[in-house]
Design a protein around this ligand. Structure first.
Ligand code: RB5
Length: 148
């Protein structure tokens, strides 16, 4: 499993994504990928933007190499994370999208939906996301143009 830098990955979820986050943490540990768990730490109801903003600001400032956000659909987390400059969050429901968003968009935050994606597929998506490099070249200028 490649680690894009020496910095840890960050992972966070809301209550709906808590179970899948715990399962993905086991996979990260198995793969030897260093990570910080930014919560939430139970299935008690919380607001997903609070966790998305905490993780996204850590990615934006360079504290974390990349991030993983889990909520019920992966959509609300993605919307909130993408408000941060320099954060390119992508919701993926299969591995092809995870590979393409790394190769073409240099996505640095993966969003997953626990009510859509089961733990086995989520693990495959995460592995693909971590193992795939940005292609650069013609995509570099396009990625720069994403920022407003
Ligand atoms: C929580 O019920 C749910 O709204 C949240 O996990 C997420 O899916 C929002 O986008």
């Amino acid at each position: 499993m490649s680690n894009p830098s020496q910095k840890p990955l960050a992972i966070a979820s809301d209550h709906a994504g808590f179970g899948l986050k715990e399962s993905l943490k086991q996979a990260l540990t198995r793969w030897g990928v260093a990570f910080e768990d930014l919560g939430t730490h139970s299935e008690a109801s919380i607001d997903y933007p609070d966790f998305a903003h905490a993780l996204a600001s850590g990615v934006a400032t360079g504290r974390y190499s990349r991030g993983v956000l889990v909520c019920g659909t992966g959509l609300g987390m993605c919307m909130a994370a993408n408000r941060h400059q320099g954060v390119r969050a992508a919701t993926c429901t299969e591995a092809f999208a995870a590979r393409m968003t790394r190769q073409h968009n240099d996505a640095n935050v993966l969003c997953l939906g626990s009510r859509i994606t089961g733990p086995g597929l989520a693990e495959e998506i995460l592995k693909t996301f971590l193992d795939t490099s940005f292609e650069g070249g013609r995509h570099a200028g396009r990625v720069t143009k994403i920022e407003v």
